[in-house]
Design a protein around this ligand. Structure first.
Ligand code: ZN
Length: 162
């Protein structure tokens, strides 16, 4: 009886070590910091529908890089994230865009949407994407969201150009 318990414990420990190893290798696989002088903003998104960064400031026309990583574990069909920068709009307009986007699987970006300034790919667990773009030249608050169905109500932030 005691031997079984110890064996189970060892097995659990091995699984635990394996899980840690996977996490470490994922982090090691992240792209190296760029040396081209472009300011890079690393953002994570998780299974709780949270962006690690919800407020970004940029100078008009500044070139910036968004490095988005989905650090969740849930299957992509039920939990995926992107980062979509929108034209200045109020919450009602953000919700309207989110509703429209939700019928455009799998990227959930309506083709040719005039509201979209820039966006990353839709990312499943463990995936990441890098987006380099120029901040708008007009000062003001630009909302960003995740356009996966239902996420736009929670997963959002503001890029402020000033
Ligand atoms: Zn999301």
């Amino acid at each position: 009886m005691k031997r079984i318990t110890i064996t189970s414990l060892l097995a659990s420990f091995a699984l635990f070590l394996g899980a840690c190893g996977n996490d470490a290798s994922k982090q090691n696989a992240a792209p190296p910091p760029s040396d081209d002088g472009v300011r890079t903003i690393a953002i994570t998104a998780n299974d709780s529908m949270q962006f690690s960064v919800t407020s970004i400031e940029a100078a008009p026309g500044e070139e910036i890089r968004i490095q988005l990583s989905n650090i969740g574990r849930m299957p992509k069909q039920s939990m995926a994230h992107n980062w979509v920068l929108l034209q200045p709009m109020d919450n009602a307009a953000i919700n309207a865009f989110g509703m429209k986007a939700s019928s455009h699987a799998p990227e959930y970006i309506p083709a040719g949407a005039s509201e979209v300034i820039a966006h990353t790919k839709m990312l499943g667990a463990g995936e990441s994407d890098t987006l380099t773009f120029k901040a708008p030249s007009a000062p003001g608050p630009y909302p960003f969201i995740c356009s996966f169905p239902g996420h736009y109500a929670i997963m959002k932030g503001t890029l402020t150009v000033k």
